[in-house]
Design a protein around this ligand. Structure first.
Ligand code: KIV
Length: 428
């Protein structure tokens, strides 16, 4: 296997709303500032949203969904500021300018607010949505399916009539909607001028194969679909958001909606770092798909979002958790009593991604964390790192005492090691 860092980055194709220049290129649509901000307690100020938007642009995100402008005058201001600044500033080696997108329900007031906010960007987008599942149409909208189609068609056309060149349409709760009805409404909005068709699994209900089939069926059965980009938006209620998103990409979606650290409504969204690194790490399984993300900015972006949203990731969170590159067990560390070639001998044994690849600088070269599972080899390496040389006999005494301490503690720190060494048996 080739570690992700050994692979060459590919050039990002020119951005045209509804054209696929390179069929393998997957656009990353980041909705940290919209769906992510809808996480309970994650509200951010306009200034914080602007700081994060700048970082998302550096990360190489193709589309930044900056907010829901009709939701409040503050959010409209925040989206407008992002459109003015980030939406006009080329970034990265390829000098790309991200699309700035604002969300709206399917009504004129929302669409006017979204347009007022995003129109300042070089590449503005309005994202409008209406629910299409039976349960939502009946109990939330109280509208018939044909009324819903008429509203969607009219509102997409209205957004285009304002001068917006790029309009995304989402049939909300598509994951639980009738297939034939989806083909019909999507056909109508394409005719009305939609450039991207986003397929949300709004309540995170789908299984990966089911969601992949949904995307494949939409691609095969919707008249005019070749004139639009298909997108995924997977919520994480069953913990399947990343898997569903990847399955959607394999089935033909070329835009993936994600958030940093997977934040979002309820259990959150597919996480950008997981989706992007899976595509990068398992190239042989994704038929040559690639993104324009500069993965070296992932760690910093994750930290910034944690700080500004107040939502901290769990230590074992894939890619960005504090333990994601930490190795404690003797087996993994390459302890001399185990036959395994561990981290201390060759890093590739337990690391499928290089920490450098996500811009992570570790406290020590091997990401070794000492604990009760650490073996002699790791503990000896730590002593050497701290500048101590002791005889084999002394080491055996030390290791016995180390194990006693480690049994009682979650982690053995450098200070614990120093304290053990200062015990009298090691004094000259
Ligand atoms: O989850 C959802 O359906 C959404 C849409 C607005 C895309 O957030």
């Amino acid at each position: 296997p080739v570690r992700a860092s050994q692979q060459q980055p590919r050039r990002r194709p020119e951005y045209v709303p509804n054209r696929i220049d390179d069929p393998n290129y997957v656009r990353i649509f980041d909705t940290t500032l919209r769906d992510g901000e809808q996480s309970p307690g994650a509200t951010m100020t306009s200034a914080e949203k602007l700081v994060i938007a700048r970082q998302l642009a550096r990360l190489g995100v193709d589309i930044i969904e900056a907010g829901f402008p009709a939701s409040s005058p503050d959010d409209l201001d925040a989206v407008r500021s992002i459109a003015i600044e980030v939406g006009n500033a080329p970034v990265g080696e390829d000098g790309h300018v991200p699309v700035i997108c604002g969300l709206s329900r399917c009504n004129r007031k929302d669409i006017d607010a979204a347009w007022e906010a995003v129109r300042h960007a070089r590449r503005p987008r309005i994202h409008t949505f209406i629910a299409t599942s039976e349960i939502h149409m009946q109990h939330k909208l109280r509208k018939t399916p044909e009324q819903v189609v008429a509203i969607a068609r009219e509102m997409v056309a209205y957004a285009r009539s304002l001068g917006c060149p790029d309009v995304e349409f989402s049939p909300e709760d598509a994951g639980r909607s009738n297939r034939e009805f989806l083909y019909h409404i999507l056909e109508e909005v394409i005719k009305a001028g939609a450039t991207t068709l986003n397929i949300p699994d709004t309540v995170g209900y789908n299984f990966p194969r089911e969601f992949g089939d949904l995307i494949a069926d939409i691609k095969a059965n919707t008249p005019g679909i070749e004139n639009a980009i298909i997108s995924t938006h997977c919520q994480n209620d069953l913990g399947l958001a990343t898997a569903n998103t990847l399955q959607g990409a394999l089935a033909g979606a070329r835009q993936l909606e994600v958030t940093i650290n997977g934040i979002g409504e309820r259990a959150g969204n597919a996480s950008l770092e997981e989706v992007v690194m899976a595509i990068k790490c398992r190239k042989e399984l994704v038929d040559g798909l690639y993104t324009g993300i500069n993965s070296q900015h992932i760690t910093l972006t994750s930290k910034m979002v944690q700080e500004h949203s107040g939502l901290h990731v769990q230590p074992h969170k894939a890619i960005v958790g504090a333990n994601a590159f930490a190795h404690e067990s003797g087996i993994h560390q390459g302890c001399s009593v185990t036959p395994q070639d561990g981290m201390l001998k060759y890093k590739g044994t337990y690391e499928i991604i290089s920490p450098d690849d996500i811009g992570l600088t570790r406290a020590n070269e091997f990401g070794i964390v000492l604990g009760k599972l650490s073996g002699r080899h790791a503990v000896r390496s730590k002593l050497a790192e701290l500048g101590y040389e002791i005889s084999d006999k002394e080491f055996e005494d030390f290791f016995k005492r180390y194990k006693e301490v480690a049994e009682k503690k979650k982690r053995v720190t450098d200070e614990d090691i120093e304290a053990l060494l200062s015990d009298e048996i090691f004094q000259p």
